[in-house]
Design a protein. Structure first.
Length: 283
């Protein structure tokens, strides 16, 4: 790069002033019927409770039409969440398309979408006790679909060769293997960072994290649009206020509660159909 490469053209400001447009306008996207989901939730009954140990992972199942709640129970703790179609783990959460449709961080009414060729809602956020947080002065928000998940491969590169086995990627891999899913590591995917507070720096555009505002009793809850297999890691970064992939951060367990809605209450509700594109790709 030469100094002339850094010289702005005469119309530089005009180019910068071009107004942005939303890549994927969602006006035509069917909105979730939150009032109907609330009626389902009023009738739903608890069927399972799982504790995800600190710096570890675990799995859970949710029937279509049911709900799952992730709760902070002892101290500030971030969780990394993967979702799969319980009957076919090839269908899994697609964080990139979810981000393109809803934004970098999820809130009530936003959906977790599955990947191609399925591309349909898997779960819908229906409650969030951190909804008050909004956007802070640094540009931070909670529940991001930006970060990929901490992993032992990046840790090995950045640490100069350290072998650390409790990164979220490893925790999710072990949890999925315990469910008998073949080729578990290749099924693990980019996550919803539950309770994590993140954003991008203004000067460099780098992904940042800061101490999560979550406290014991805070929770986020989802409606299961299809039969789900979920795996959750209690991140080894704890509240992710300083670092991750280490044993030095204060870490705590997370709790998952599963609720089932009686069939009589669900009535004529059915899971969303698979995406209607014919798959021909112009061939």
């Amino acid at each position: 790069m030469t100094p002339s490469d850094l010289m702005p053209p005469g119309d530089a400001q005009a180019r910068r002033d071009v107004a942005p447009v939303i890549c994927y306008p969602t006006d035509s996207l069917p909105a979730p019927d939150l009032a109907r989901y609330a009626r389902f939730r009023d009738a739903a009954q608890p069927v399972a409770r799982h504790t995800i140990p600190a710096r570890d992972g675990g799995a859970f199942h949710v029937p279509a039409g049911g709900f799952f709640r992730i709760t902070c129970v002892e101290g500030p703790q971030v969780g990394d969440l993967n979702l799969f179609n319980a009957a076919d783990p090839v269908e899994r959460f697609y964080s990139g398309k979810t981000r393109a449709l809803h934004g970098t961080h999820l809130s009530v009414g936003h959906r977790m979408w599955s990947g191609f060729p399925h591309l349909r809602p898997m779960a819908t956020m229906v409650a969030d006790t951190l909804g008050w947080y909004g956007r802070d002065a640094f540009g931070g928000r909670v529940h991001d679909v930006i970060g990929t998940r901490c992993d032992p491969y990046t840790h090995w590169q950045l640490s100069g060769g350290d072998m650390y086995h409790h990164c979220c990627h490893s925790n999710l891999t072990r949890a999925l293997e315990a469910e008998g899913v073949a080729e578990a590591e290749t099924r693990v995917h980019d996550v919803l960072n539950v309770f994590m507070c993140t954003g991008f720096t203004e000067e460099t555009g780098q992904y940042f994290m800061k101490a999560s505002p979550v406290r014991p009793g805070d929770h986020v809850e989802f409606f299961a649009e299809i039969d789900l297999l979920g795996v959750l890691s209690a991140c080894p970064g704890g509240d992710c206020g300083a670092e991750h992939s280490s044993d030095s951060a204060a870490c705590h367990p997370l709790q998952i509660d599963v609720f089932e809605t009686p069939g009589a209450v669900l009535g004529d509700w059915t899971p969303p159909a698979l995406n209607g594109y014919d798959g021909s790709h112009g061939r």
